[in-house]
Design a protein around this ligand. Structure first.
Ligand code: AMP
Length: 387
């Protein structure tokens, strides 16, 4: 490359509630030049706040000779958790866009402020560069009203923006498209159920590349059982805890977000530890696994009915990509739905996208590693090139 070649590098920033992850990619060949994470923001032994975390990330890149001042940097992409109904596609960041993301803070009080700080610091460091916001909610903007609306008083819902937004959208979009690729078919021709099973977990129903339903809702709390989040509970549980248990709002929030899910059921939120304990005959670990799998099967059945025809069920993220036991249990005895897992293929540990169903399975079962940073970098680069 000579000195006048157009810059092709994209920095992706993912500012979470207590960590900042970054990746530098060269979009000429989509190679990863650097990646890192600054953790424990605001905690003992960590950096004091998000601005300090971003400074640390910038310093780490500079030490590797990949500083933000590089003329090879084409753009910076930011993961933004909540785009509300306003943002339905990756968006070039302007002052007005930042104001709008700010207005959405009540919908994502833990996440959007961190994202806004990330954007502010990056714009201060490189005001000359295009910066792009890629929203976790955007892929779900196509969900029809019948699936997006909660059956509550319409005026109240409207006043407070209460509807299903969905999250992990970048992952669901990336993985559903990659699954079509793996099947050798056009995305528009395939119906896919995506099971994103990480520490957070969500399912989505994607018809011909278009999302038509998803398990997360107004917040990332609804749906599947997660590492520390409950997923679906009867809303009456909250009322009961407040009325009878005397818990206040913050206590209920902490209970459902931080002390529930796998952790709440058995004291461990890592599926590897749960697997080890199950092998030793630990009953609470077994119960946690069973509740987790039961919930998955409910969503699988529901989204099968939503889609009508399912071409593939695809597993992704930490648990989905690595736990053969979860995949096997989630799909056991589903031959009547056209789903037959090949136990040998399913048990093989591998890194790339792969099919783990039997040749006789009408529905393909796939494992496709997600790559949200690459997806964000692609969206960012594409928008930057149009500037
Ligand atoms: P993620 O949020 O996608 O990074 O996923 C993190 C979760 O993946 C961890 O909390 C673990 O429960 C799970 N995980 C990671 N590796 C494995 C593995 N080899 N087997 C089972 N679960 C795993």
């Amino acid at each position: 490359m000579n000195g006048t070649a157009a810059p092709t590098r994209v920095l992706v920033l993912n500012s979470g509630s207590s960590s900042v992850k970054y990746q530098l990619l060269d979009m000429a060949d989509e190679s990863r030049l650097a990646s890192g994470v600054v953790e424990r923001i605001g905690e003992e032994g960590g950096v004091p706040d998000h601005a300090a975390a971003l400074d640390r990330a910038a310093a780490e890149l500079r030490e590797r000779g990949l500083g933000l001042d590089s003329p090879q940097l084409a753009a910076i992409g930011h993961r933004v958790v909540h785009g509300g109904t306003r943002f339905t596609a990756p968006t070039l960041i302007t002052d007005e866009v930042v104001d709008e993301i700010e207005r959405l803070v009540p919908l994502a009080p833990l996440h959007n402020p961190a994202n806004i700080t990330g954007i502010a610091v990056a714009r201060r460091l490189r005001p000359d560069l295009p910066q792009v916001a890629v929203f976790d909610t955007a892929f779900h903007a196509t969900i029809p009203e019948a699936a997006a609306r909660y059956a509550i008083d319409a005026e109240t819902a409207e006043k407070y923006g209460i509807r299903r937004y969905g999250f992990h959208g970048t992952s669901h979009a990336f993985v559903s498209a990659a699954t079509a690729d793996l099947l050798g078919r056009a995305p528009g021709d395939v119906n896919v159920i995506v099971l994103h099973l990480g520490n957070g977990a969500s399912a989505s129903a994607v018809r011909g590349g278009v999302c038509v339903d998803t398990s997360m809702g107004l917040t990332p709390l609804e749906g599947l059982v997660m590492g520390t989040r409950s997923g679906d509970v009867d809303p009456g549980v909250l009322l009961h805890l407040e009325r009878v248990g005397g818990l206040d709002t913050d206590e209920v929030d902490r209970l459902l977000n931080k002390r529930s899910g796998l952790l709440g059921l058995c004291g461990a939120n890592d599926m590897r530890e749960i697997g080890r304990r199950m092998a030793e005959g630990d009953e609470s670990a077994q119960l946690a696994f069973d509740v987790y799998v039961h919930r998955l099967r409910r969503y699988l059945g529901a989204f099968t009915a939503v889609l009508g025809r399912v071409d593939a069920v695809v597993f992704t993220a930490g648990v989905g990509e690595n736990s053969a036991a979860v995949r096997e249990a989630a799909l056991r005895d589903l031959e009547p739905l056209g789903i037959v897992v090949d136990s040998v293929r399913n048990a093989v540990r591998a890194a790339g996208p792969r099919i783990v169903s039997a040749p006789s399975s009408r529905v393909a079962v796939a494992v496709v590693p997600t790559d949200e940073e690459l997806a964000i970098a692609r969206d960012t680069y594409e928008l930057a090139l149009r500037q």
